[in-house]
Design a protein around this ligand. Structure first.
Ligand SMILES: [Fe+2]
Ligand SMILES: [Fe+2]
Length: 189
């Protein structure tokens, strides 16, 4: 709630500064330093806002690739769904959109795990059971977070988003990388 209120405040402040810049330009003229100063504040605040947002979202990096096209595509979609969840929670005043985005993210995570496990099983990956356990632990933790989110709403959002971001990126970068070479040796790309 606090974060959303802060976000709304920032938007109102930028809006007020834009109006003040226009009024100052009309009243004092373009040669006055006041409209320039206000304009500078608008640009700086907007840029700062954008920069803050940028850090919240996850971008796909080549180092995340496991070198298997279908898996990379699914990992990219997962990161996209996390970003969608973050956007929904930031831009929509009702919880409906973030709930919908969270459900889609959870469903797609389950779908991806199933696909990944089936692929490992098909090719006799020796660490399949350990990998499955990692997936199961994540699903269990996400179920807890979803329950917490359903009870506490927006307040639980930060924990949920932080966990999903951290876990998925870490899992993709570390655990999923471990089957990469094995699969490549079996011609899976
Ligand atoms: Fe994965
Ligand atoms: Fe995995």
């Amino acid at each position: 709630m606090k974060k959303r209120a802060l976000m709304t405040l920032k938007v109102i402040l930028i809006g007020l500064l834009v109006v003040a810049t226009i009024v100052a330009t009309v009243q004092l003229g373009i040669n006055s330093p006041v409209p320039w100063l206000l304009g500078f504040l608008v640009v700086t605040l907007s840029a700062y806002n954008k920069l803050c947002d940028k850090h919240k979202f996850i971008r796909w990096k080549q180092e995340y690739s496991v070198g298997i096209k279908s898996i990379d595509n699914e990992h990219q979609k997962l990161l996209g769904l996390i970003n969608r969840f973050l956007t929904a929670s930031r831009d929509h005043p009702s919880t409906f959109y973030e709930q919908e985005a969270l459900e889609e993210l959870v469903d797609y995570t389950r779908y991806h795990f199933k696909h990944e496990e089936a692929l490992m099983e098909k090719h006799g990956y020796p660490d399949l059971e350990a990998h499955k356990k990692e997936h199961q632990a994540m699903v269990a933790r996400v179920n807890e977070l979803v329950e917490d989110y359903n009870i506490r709403g927006q307040e639980a959002l930060e924990d949920t988003a932080a966990y999903l971001k951290h876990w998925l990126v870490n899992h993709i970068q570390v655990v999923d990388q471990q089957y990469s070479d094995y699969m490549h040796k079996r011609g899976v790309h």
